[in-house]
Design a protein around this ligand. Structure first.
Ligand SMILES: [Zn+2]
Length: 465
């Protein structure tokens, strides 16, 4: 309800509002005051700033449940340009440590968008207890130490604990159980980059479901297409659906592309990868460093493995049709898996700059594979609910004023893989992006000085039925 005589900070007029919580699509005005949506009405509103959104979609800002932005300003800008207002980093078992310092810095210095993080298990946390080698097994004392680190991270505001089982193959069930039980106690979440992709990905999916079954933790199957979208999608989806029918709490995120990006020195490209992906060296492209844009050869692979294992590579080994097959399922939310190892302009993967405009331009408008309402839900309400972000992911009085205004007739990604285009080219049709009531994108232009984003922290409460 609008108080009469109230002057709003911003008034968005005549837009086509989409609220995924009430399933409402209607023409109305929105009043924003002190970072919150405080009025939605068809009555005229008075504002210091007015934006005419006639013919445009006005919906909650996109929430990326799975990225690697890690506080890098450049990536924050790319994400704002594609309509993301909240990015959750610390996935796949990596991410910023210590979590408290990372979140405090966001609050102190600001950031273009809201930024939360998980406590990543498979790199820094393992290294801190003496397990730098991904093939080293943890003893009971080391497991207890990891639980201590994770508990501190949760205390400091981590949204959950992420696992990158493929990156740390020696991770034992004892280790997983200890961390999963900790997250479950507070009803926090556990996103899992599963133990294997390609042919073994279905078996790896069983393990993720097992973690839920044995501890009650709300698991998230990370970037489903990048793990299981190599011909195993049907089987994987039917396994997930069987688990749903039995009441398991399993969330799934998946992206808009079929070629994944990872470090050349990671376990993804360990011995046997060519056979595993049924591919060749030239199916993999270097996406960072001096060999940027080159296809791998055996010589280049061996050289980079020795000299620069942190080189980012993009592997064209997935099945394009399995991207849509996954995203169309009602329980799959949209994610980017973006910004991994690509924190400089001109590097990386088009997912870092194009994911959301691609969903709305290609999958909704051009292919009609998703409805507008479903697509909005997958990009906003579903990730907000999974992470327990109560004031985000919907539009209504009291919601955080994280809002995107886009043109449904023109919205499209323009980013493309190196050699085919520019990986961080800005999208078309994203006209305004509000973060906590302040515009970061205005009339389609990024304001590089705007830093209205805040740290997203979890409240820690013991779970009770
Ligand atoms: Zn991952």
């Amino acid at each position: 309800m609008a108080e009469s005589g109230q002057i709003f900070d911003y008034v968005i007029e005549n837009g086509t509002l989409i609220d995924p919580k009430s399933n409402l699509r209607t023409i109305a005005h929105i009043g924003i005051y002190r970072g919150k949506v405080t009025a939605i009405t068809r009555a005229e509103l008075d504002g210091k700033n007015r934006i005419d959104a006639t013919g445009k979609i006005v919906c909650p800002g996109f929430i990326d449940p799975h990225c690697h932005v890690d506080g890098y300003l450049y990536n924050g800008h790319c994400y704002a340009r594609m309509g993301v207002t909240t990015a959750i980093t610390g996935n796949c078992g990596f991410g910023p440590h210590p979590v408290g310092e990372f979140l405090d810095k966001i609050d102190r210095e600001g950031f273009p968008i809201n930024h939360g993080t998980l406590a990543g298990h498979s790199f820094d946390m393992r290294a801190k207890v003496g397990l730098e080698d991904p093939y080293a097994k943890a003893n009971s004392m080391q497991v207890a130490q990891m639980v201590e680190i994770a508990a501190q991270s949760i205390e400091d505001g981590a949204l959950g604990i992420s696992l990158g089982l493929q990156y740390a193959p020696a991770t034992t069930m004892e280790e997983i159980m200890a961390l999963a039980k900790l997250a479950a106690k507070y009803d926090l979440v556990m996103p899992v980059h599963s133990r294997s992709d390609a042919w073994d990905s279905v078996k790896a999916l069983h393990e993720v479901i097992k973690i839920q079954e044995l501890t009650g933790v709300r698991v998230l199957v990370s970037h489903l297409t990048y793990q299981n979208g190599m011909g195993m999608m049907r089987e994987s989806l039917s396994l997930i659906e069987k688990a749903y029918e039995q009441g398991y709490q399993i969330a799934v995120d998946s992206g808009a592309y079929h070629a994944f990006a990872s470090y050349i020195g990671s376990e993804v490209f360990c011995a046997g990868w060519i056979e595993k992906y049924d591919c060749n060296y030239h199916d993999v492209m270097v996406s960072s460093g001096p060999h940027l844009g080159k296809r791998l050869s055996q010589d280049l692979y061996e050289e980079l493995l020795l000299t620069d294992p942190k080189t980012l590579c993009t592997a064209f080994v997935g099945k394009p049709y399995e991207v849509i097959e996954a995203l169309c399922r009602p329980y799959v939310m949209v994610s980017t898996d973006g910004a991994v190892g690509s924190h400089q302009p001109g590097t990386g993967h088009p997912q870092d700059a194009g994911t959301y405009p691609r969903v709305f331009g290609r999958f909704v408008r051009e292919m009609n594979a998703l409805s507008m309402m479903d697509a909005v839900k997958k990009c906003t309400l579903m990730p907000a609910r999974y992470f327990g972000l109560e004031n985000k992911g919907w539009l209504g009085p009291g919601a955080d004023a994280d809002i995107v205004i886009f043109d449904p007739k023109t919205v499209i990604d323009t980013a493309d893989y190196l050699g085919m285009g520019v990986p961080d080219a800005p999208p078309i049709g994203i006209e305004y992006v509000f973060v906590n009531g302040s515009p970061v994108v205005k009339s389609g232009k990024l304001d590089e000085t705007a830093m209205p984003g805040r740290a997203v922290r979890q409240e820690v409460n013991i779970w009770e039925m």
